[in-house]
Design a protein around this ligand. Structure first.
Ligand SMILES: [Zn+2]
Length: 220
């Protein structure tokens, strides 16, 4: 069973992804991790990819596709995160699944209003102690003492790119890139949208549970 997850940076993909993996016994496969591992291990594909990256170029689809395929080939249940990013990649994945007798059951689209993401991400603070790395949120999960890490007592800082303008730019790039994919999977009748309200935990739980139920129905 294969599931793809689409969600903007800051949409809470990590938490919901973990829940979905737990529910269906899937392995969470993040393309970013695949890239880092292939490059670190200096595989043939990793070396090719790092050539492009070091020149500041985008890694071509064929390399990305080959990397993902070699990493998921032997896995039975996968939650794909960060792939596909383009409809060409989606087509390649479809052909690969068919060839390898795998079934893509659903494509989850986490739907969070942009301004909610801006609010949550711009109020994020992280521990300045690199060995700790705890993160807090001045609105949603404030530390006990303002500006101080609960865990280790170090100062909390803000990431430079966690400011509203930069976050909005990131979101715009995400939407431009993902819109065609959402259309693609809608046409394939695979899209499962989860509407998230970051202010109300109950709604998040309910919409996630509903999506899980629909995916279960698809799978039978
Ligand atoms: Zn700390």
């Amino acid at each position: 069973m294969y599931i793809i997850m689409l969600g903007a940076p800051g949409s809470g993909k990590g938490t919901i992804g973990a829940e979905i993996c737990n529910e269906f016994g899937l392995k969470h496969v993040a393309t970013g991790d695949i890239f880092r591992n292939e490059i670190k291990n200096q595989t043939e594909l990793g070396k090719k990819a790092s050539e492009y990256i070091s020149q500041g170029k985008l890694v071509p689809d064929e390399i990305t596709i080959a990397m993902v395929e070699s990493n998921i080939k032997d896995l039975q249940g996968v939650l794909l995160d960060g792939f596909p990013r383009t409809t060409d990649q989606a087509e390649a994945l479809k052909a690969f699944m068919k060839e390898n007798n795998k079934e893509l059951v659903a494509v989850i689209n986490l739907n969070v209003p942009d301004e909610d993401i801006v609010k949550r991400t711009s109020s994020r603070v992280i521990c300045s102690n690199k060995n700790c790395g705890a993160s807090f949120n001045t609105v949603f999960m404030p530390p006990k003492v303002e500006g101080i890490c609960d865990k280790c007592g170090s100062k909390l800082t803000k990431r430079e790119d966690d400011n509203p303008d930069t976050i909005r730019e990131r979101l715009q790039i995400y939407h431009d890139q993902t819109e065609p994919l959402i259309e693609y999977y809608k046409n394939e009748e695979l899209l499962e949208t989860i509407d998230i309200d970051i202010y109300i935990e109950d709604i998040k739980e309910r919409t996630t549970a509903e999506a899980i139920k629909r995916i279960n129905e698809r799978n039978h």
